[in-house]
Design a protein around this ligand. Sequence first.
Ligand code: MF3
Ligand code: CO
Ligand code: CO
Length: 280
Amino acid sequence: MASVEIMTPRMLEGMREACQLAAETLVAVGERIAPGVTTSSLDLFIRDMTMSRGARCSTLGYKGFPKHCCTSLNEVVCHGIPGARVLTDGDIINVDITSFYPSQNGYHGDNSATFYVGEPSEDAKKIVEVARQSLEVGIEQVRAGARLGDIGAAIQEYAEGEGCSVVRDYVGHGVGRNFHMPPQVPHYGRRGSGLRLRSGMVFTIEPMINLGAWQTEVMADGWTVLTTDRSLTAQFEHTIVVTDKGCEVLTARSAPLKHSEDVPWARLGPLASPAGLNAR
Ligand code: MF3
Ligand code: CO
Ligand code: CO
């Protein structure tokens, strides 16, 4: 594997700025989730909020991607393109936001969450809550000296134990001066295998969890990724930096996500409370 950057405290200041904008934008998007809203209106909101803060959306133009975020509904695993689609009661939607401050060798901050539109089915609740918890159990593995495989194994054991499956074709990634950098961070694997983590490594954990089988396919638009069996799928993503004691969640939120973390059935781990974050 190509070498993985160790960020200095100064670089981490830049990362925090980008990651906090990505997090604040995700919180603001949560307030706008409702039946009748189009995915393109969410995209334009994200564009406007990002630009008003002097930043850019990393997805726009990335390998030709045409929009400011990804909006992935129901059986869409990731990389859904915002457009005329109207949010409808019972949908689940992942919104994935990556912010970039261009000044002074800027940094990218990447996060996503899955939201409930109106009243969810029991299947929708199941897959969203398993995906939410999958990110938490992955983050719990992170500390200097642990291995990348420990993260993947913990997520895979948990998600498969819940009768769900882990997407193999898309993984977490290093993030920093570039949107996607080494290392690759699989959400499946074997404990004790893979890269040994060191303080200052920065990467995303972003498990995509399917209610059915793990296989995926890409639509004719070249972007939209679907579950091959068309089962429901959900995803949550944070950008983290490894520390000696654990990690710092750079995209941690100061407010719960509406239409996601605020529902009574949400299975929230320590990440949801600022006190829990400080304990890491
Ligand atoms: N934000 C996604 C990720 O978590 C990547 C989107 S790339 C795009 O890595 F081109 F589809 F926008
Ligand atoms: Co992302
Ligand atoms: Co990512």
